[in-house]
Write a protein that binds this ligand. Structure first.
Ligand code: PMT
Length: 224
């Protein structure tokens, strides 16, 4: 890895990481297993290239890398608002966060008391941040992730087109050593020109470097 090879010095890179929390009441929420490790590794390596890094993170228990501007958020809606604020002058956006697709339709300011018997909860869709970014894309390079448990390539290709992304980083989150919580990942990169790059098991920092190298090349191509 040679940071000087990258064309990222001074570029603004917005990275989202971690899970979101969707409130039910003051003591309960809906979330997922994202630890933030993948997004924080990308932020760390991006900062090393000399880029201006904005890390928009859901609640995690790992420290922010040095030299990044950390914006902490809680819900999918908070993350959406924070990303949109940073989007206009961003050169690259990398959407690593595991954003909740649904939130409780009603949330409460008091603890909901349990009843005898079963209970059900109505859910509503959150904003699809990646989709909105794709719709409002000007010159930004847009990189999304796809966390799948089956049909990984098919779903990733669909996301690439539907979300108007320039690259999708797909991981099969059921494979050992890949996905949530681990220090390693196994990803395949799907690019807009049809190129597919399958990477072996690597540390999340090595995966981050590969993603940034691809981003750097794509940015270079666009600037020509
Ligand atoms: O944090 P770690 O423990 O290190 O785990 C890493 C990871 C598994 C979370 C990461 O590698 C990963 O796969 N991140 C994407 C998780 C995800 O939500 O995937 P998805 O296939 O559901 O979403 C696809 C894309 O849409 C993602 O870029 C996601 O950020 C984005 N999205 C999803 C929902 C939503 N409402 N808005 C979004 O922008």
């Amino acid at each position: 890895f040679q940071p000087k090879d990258l064309k990222l010095i001074g570029k603004k890179i917005v990275i989202t990481a971690g899970p979101t929390r969707e409130k039910i009441d003051p003591v309960r929420y809906i979330t997922n297993h994202s630890s933030g490790k993948m997004g924080y590794a990308i932020a760390e390596e991006a900062a090393r290239t000399g880029a201006k890094v904005v890390l928009i993170s859901g609640p995690v228990s790992i420290p922010a890398p040095a030299g990044v501007n950390l914006i902490q958020v809680e819900s999918a809606e908070d993350m959406y608002q924070a990303v949109m604020k940073e989007y206009k002058d961003a050169n690259i956006v990398i959407k690593t966060a595991a954003v909740a697709d649904y939130r409780p339709k009603n949330s409460y300011d008091h603890k909901v008391k349990k009843q005898d018997g079963d209970e059900s909860m109505e859910l509503e869709r959150t904003t699809d941040i990646l989709l909105e970014l794709g719709k409002n894309k000007k010159k930004q390079l847009l990189i999304g992730f796809a966390a799948e448990t089956n049909h990984v390539a098919e779903y990733a290709q669909k996301k690439l087109l539907k979300k108007n992304a320039d690259m999708i980083v797909a991981n099969n989150v059921k494979t050992a050593g890949a996905g949530f919580g681990t220090d390693t990942n196994i990803v395949t990169l799907f690019k807009r020109d049809g190129t597919v790059i399958e990477l072996p098991l690597l540390s999340k920092n090595e995966v981050a470097i590969r993603i940034l190298n691809e981003a750097s090349q794509l940015l270079g191509n666009e600037m020509k």
